[in-house]
Structure formats: C-alpha cells, structure tokens
Design a protein around this ligand. Structure first.
Ligand code: GLU
Length: 481
C-alpha cells in the first residue's frame, strides 16, 4: 500500500495582519510537505463578519507571497462555503447529534453568575438538550431564534497522540458544555467550520498553535459525528516575549506582525530561518545554523520541536538578517534598498558604481536595510552639523587644524581615483606632521563625514572627490577659526 499523501493546511482568520506565530506554524507545515512531498492548503477563515477585514486578507496573502511561502491549493474562503456548513449542521440536527438551544444571552449570563458565586467552572449546563416539542414551540412563539449546539459526549476522555506534545487526554466535562456550532443567523462557529473544512479537504495532519489544544478535544467528537476520519494533530508552542507574555499585536504592537519586518528591510530568508529555529533544533546542533528551507526540510521532524514556549529574540533575528545581507551581492542590496535610499537621498548625485562602493563599505554592519541611508547619508549631505560634543573635541585640538590645512594644501597630490592612494597620501602627511592613528585620521573623518567612525577613510576621500573634500575641510570649525 502506498503511504497516504500528507495534506496539511494553514487557516488564518483575517482579524489582523499576518502574525509571526502564524508564519512560524505555516513554515513547519511547509517544510513537512516538502519533506514528504505532500500538499499544503491555504484557507482563509473569514466567517466572523464583525471582526474580519478585507484588507487583512490582502495583507495575509501578500505576506505569504513576500516570504515565498507557496501553497498547492487555495486560498479557499470559508465565506464561500456557507451552504456546506448549513447542510452538515442540518445532518447533525436530523441525526440527533445537535440540537436547538433557545437560551438568551441574559439566561447564559445568569447561569455563569451562579457558577462564579459557587466557585464552579463556568460552562453551559446543556439545559436545552432534551426540550420537548411543546417547549420548543413555546420559545419559537416568544420569537426566540435558536443557535445549534453540538452534543458533546458526557464525561468522556478524548485522547490522541500529539506529534509534538505526546499523549494528550482531555475530559469532555472540561470543555464548557455542549458547544454552539451555528449561530441563529446561520453562520458557523470556528470549531464546527474548521472540522467540516479539514474533513472535506482531506487534511491528514493538523499542525497549529498549542492554544488550540482544548479546541482539538472539542473537534474530535465532531469529526466522529460527521463520519470523517480524525486527522493527526501536532500543537506547536506559542511565541512569548522575554517577560513571559504571549506575543500579541494588542500588547506588543507591530513586532507581532510580518509587515513591520517587510517595511524595515528584513530579508524573507532571514525571517524564515529565524522563525523555524525558534522552537526547532537541527539534529546535529554543532552544525551551522543558517540553511535554506530545502535543507531544513530534509532533516525536519516534529519530535525536534520543543514543547516549551518560544521566546522572541530580536538580537537573534538581526543576526540572521545581517548574515543574509552579507551573502547578497551589493547590486542586490542596492536593488532591495532603493525604496529606503530614494526616500532620503538624491541618488543622482553619484554614479551607480560609486553608490555600489558606498554600500559595499557599510553592508557588513547592517542589521536591516532601512539602516542603510543613515550610514551613507553623509556622502549626499554637504551641510551636516559638527555639533556633537565628541566632534567639537576632535576638531578643536591644535593638531586637527594642522592636519586639515596640510591636507587642503596637498589635494593636488591626491589620486582620487584610487582609495588606497588617497589613504597613502594622508599617511605621508601624517608622517611629516609626526601624527598618526586617531590624531591623524579622526579630524579628517569628522570634517568629511561628520563622524569619527564609518567606512574606510581612503574610500571616503576617493568617493567624495576633490571638490567635495576641499569644500568640506574648508567648512570644518578648526579650519575656519
Ligand atoms: N482560524 C483559526 C486561527 O486563526 C485557525 C486555527 C486552526 O488552525 O485550526 O486561529
């Protein structure tokens, strides 16, 4: 018998932008599918009209596209499948596996109040499970619109072997009572729609966040009631912050969402690699941490995913991003950074070759691409200020004036086409003045770039060219006084 094809899915609800946790779960599914040559399905769970937004659907789709996470099927939209949910809900009703519940919100709230006062767990007490026809008619005559509830088996252990969490057992008495599966307006609720879809789409493994463990216990009886084969389950740990809070947009703002990383110039490869590593460790930990999704797929296994919460670590993410930035050609970095560079800098001031040299000089220090304009801005800005205390100190020394004046007088000797030659000329001048190291270089650096740190000094001189070097030295405070 051929092994059954692996079919997995990711099923985001468009109630917010694409969340980091969703992407990580999607990645685990993605590498599993690659490893086992299965199928990956995208389903948008958009039945909650009050909380859904069309723009979130777009952001989710765009986010996956940007990351290069591709699907074999979908996107399917739950909002387009309402007839199927209605049909199967009716079937459960006809077979006595579901029933109409006429409770009002007030009645349910009163019930919860009583339970709270008695320090009992809050749950629906299944009071409308066995209504007589007369009772039902009376409620209907009162104008009540019933919801449909699924009859959970009483006091039954729901057990499964979870691909990540191991053996799980949850008793149906701890699941909050019979669950609503259809609202009065005919819209299905999550736990029902998800089972219909996963069953109908032949999903064989459900790999999702471990906040769904109790939902799984609710869903297994629904699979059975509908006659679907129960799929395998694996629940991955959620992402937490260092202070042990679940990473959420509401509490932690943009860091929870993919678009922040896209906007700031993170590379999709870096984000993917970082996210996969959050809870998963490669079999041989001594090996390098950076590898492609294909390489990860070849060694990926659910049992190497930790049960413990993953911890969001920006420093680690930046490390991955810096690594991938360094791996790209400078041309690629220029192309990927144009949206940042074009905003702040007038790129027409330099030839493309010179701009590539600037990028090349600072590339290795970049954590993300939106840092690039700040690092090469001085090349484009002839009027930067020297007002920092450090700059003032450097430029006010006696030797600074000597260095800068001597350089000014020697500009005709400089070979501006060659950074190394430029640097050599500076060193010769230093020798003549008996100055070296920071006494020699820092005044010049500050005069030319507004900072005592930065790219190679010879390169700065060469790229600025004679006129700019001259003008910048002439406006330096130590030369002016
Ligand atoms: N729409 C659900 C969510 O976004 C899907 C959960 C699941 O994977 O079943 O949480």
């Amino acid at each position: 018998m051929p092994e059954k094809e692996l079919r997995v899915r990711i099923a985001p609800s468009p109630t917010g932008s694409l969340h980091l946790g969703t992407v990580r779960t999607a990645l685990y599914n993605y590498v599993l599918v690659k490893k086992h040559k299965g199928k990956f399905i995208l389903r948008i769970e958009d039945t909650d009209a009050a909380r859904n937004k069309g723009e979130y659907t777009k952001e989710i789709l765009d986010g996956f596209k940007w990351l290069g996470i591709e699907f074999d099927e979908g996107p399917y939209y739950q909002s387009e499948r309402l007839d199927l949910y209605k049909k199967l809900a009716q079937k459960l009703l006809d077979e006595g596996k579901a029933y109409h519940c006429f409770c009002t919100q007030q009645e349910l709230e009163d019930l919860r109040k009583v339970q709270r006062t008695a320090r009992m767990p809050e749950k629906y007490d299944n009071r409308h499970r066995n209504l007589t026809e007369e009772e039902k008619k009376k409620f209907l005559d009162e104008g009540r619109k019933p919801v449909l509830r699924f009859k959970l088996p009483d006091n039954q252990d729901i057990k499964w072997h979870d691909g990540i969490r191991g053996d799980i057992c949850i008793n149906t008495n701890d699941l909050g009572g019979d669950l609503v599966i259809m609202r009065a307006d005919g819209i299905p609720l999550y736990n029902f729609a998800v089972v219909v879809d996963d069953g109908d789409m032949g999903i064989t493994l459900i790999l999702r966040g471990d906040d769904h463990l109790h939902n799984t216990a609710k869903q297994i009886p629904i699979y059975e009631a509908l006659g679907y084969k129960v799929p395998d389950f694996a629940h991955a740990p959620l992402i937490f912050t260092h202070d042990k809070e679940k990473l959420s947009k509401r509490k932690h703002g943009d860091i929870a969402n993919i678009d922040k990383y896209q906007k700031e110039g993170y590379l999709p490869e870096a984000l993917k690699n970082y996210l996969v590593h959050m809870s998963w460790t490669k079999p041989d930990k001594s090996e390098e941490e950076v590898f492609s999704l294909d390489e990860i797929a070849s060694v990926f296994d659910l049992d190497r995913i930790s049960k413990n919460p993953a911890v969001y670590d920006l420093i680690k993410l930046n490390w991955f991003n810096n690594h991938y930035i360094k791996e790209k050609s400078t041309e690629e970095i220029l192309e990927l950074s144009k949206r940042f560079l074009g905003k702040d800098l007038d790129l027409s001031k330099y030839s493309k070759d010179k701009i590539l040299l600037m990028i090349d000089a600072v590339k290795a220090g970049l954590n993300k691409l939106d840092e690039l304009p700040g690092l090469i801005k001085f090349f484009f800005d002839d009027k930067f200020e020297f007002d920092s205390e450090e700059n003032q100190k450097i430029l006010s020394s006696d030797s600074s004036k000597k260095v800068l004046e001597k350089i000014l007088a020697s500009l005709d000797l400089m070979n501006f086409n060659d950074p190394k030659e430029c640097k050599k000329t500076v060193d010769v001048i230093g020798k003549e003045l008996g100055l070296k190291g920071k006494d020699l270089y820092w005044p010049l650096r500050v005069a030319l770039s507004g900072s005592n740190k930065g790219p190679d000094l010879g390169l700065i001189i060469s790229l600025l060219g004679k006129d700019k070097v001259k003008a910048r030295i002439q406006r330096a405070p130590s030369v002016l006084v």
